[in-house]
Design a protein around this ligand. Structure first.
Ligand SMILES: C[S@@+](CC[C@H](N)C(=O)[O-])C[C@H]1O[C@@H](n2cnc3c(N)ncnc32)[C@H](O)[C@@H]1O
Length: 253
């Protein structure tokens, strides 16, 4: 929560870059565009007027887009500064305070629940609570769209995190947020255990383009311009799902 409060305005700026420079500008936006394509395809299946919950809505960029497409959207965001920006940017949209692990909504109150880049910050026990809560507030016939972090992403993000966490654990080291890793197989088994019958796991951003952005922003943009169509093609091959930088889980109740 501390991290998200501290980084709220930088996070908001990142989304503003999208309008000016397009989605190839940063590794974050590149990944986000791929996730958005899945998100809006799933939302369109429900049609306008469907009630959508954006759990961990951050600065509310998705809320604005979803509301603009005619959905009845509600946001939930525990970090004060994130929520303040989201409320300012989305007048008239209900944006509450609370955790995805104990949501202030009745059972079966949404057609769609999304949680983008949220569960990765929570440890396993809270992930468990969050999934149960999302399934509880979802109506029969509803859809969950959730992003997770692949343990075996080809760009070795798990190693990057391991190094950063070790650095942070030294006396006086920087404070770091938790990162929860999983695999498509593990999440499928877990959800099957909860009685979910329809689970789709989709991998996005398979090529290690995030490294190119890390080395140099311009290099990343050049490589992405060149290789993004190939990355989109590779991502369609199911065998690449565990290797992708983003793991998107779509559940139908
Ligand atoms: C990387 S941001 C993503 C925001 C937004 N979903 C998006 O994709 O733009 C992660 C968000 O998860 C929120 N978050 C962290 N822990 C949470 C919890 N227990 N319940 C709900 N949201 C949480 C943070 O406050 C932050 O706004």
């Amino acid at each position: 929560m501390e991290k998200h409060d501290r980084e709220a305005s930088d996070f908001d700026k990142e989304y503003q870059t999208l309008a000016v420079e397009g989605y190839l500008a940063t590794a974050f936006l590149l990944g986000r565009e791929k996730i958005d394509r899945i998100l809006y395809r799933e939302l369109d299946r429900h049609g306008g007027g469907a009630r959508v919950l954006d759990a961990g809505c951050g600065t509310g960029s998705q809320l604005a887009e979803i509301a603009g497409r005619g959905f009845d959207v509600v946001g939930l965001e525990p970090a004060i500064e994130m929520r303040r920006i989201a409320i300012k940017a989305n007048p008239g949209v209900e944006i509450g305070s609370g955790s995805i692990t104990a949501m202030p909504f009745p059972d079966a109150s949404f057609d769609v629940v999304i949680a983008l880049e949220v569960l990765r910050y929570l440890p396993e026990t809270d992930n468990d609570l969050a999934w149960k809560e999302m399934l509880r507030v979802l109506r029969p016939g509803g859809t969950l769209i959730v992003t997770l972090v692949n343990r075996w992403a080809i760009d070795g993000y798990v190693i990057h995190e391991w190094i950063q966490t070790r650095r942070a654990s030294r006396p006086g080291g920087p404070r770091r947020a938790h990162c929860e890793f999983t695999t498509p197989g593990r999440i499928r088994r877990y959800l099957t255990g909860l009685g979910v019958t329809e689970v789709k796991t989709l991998g996005r951003l398979v090529l290690p383009l995030r490294w190119a952005y890390k080395i140099d922003q311009r290099l990343g943009q050049k490589m992405a311009r060149l290789l993004n169509p190939l990355d989109d093609l590779i991502s369609q091959i199911p065998a690449t799902t565990p290797l992708a930088g983003h793991l998107v889980v779509v559940v139908r109740q």
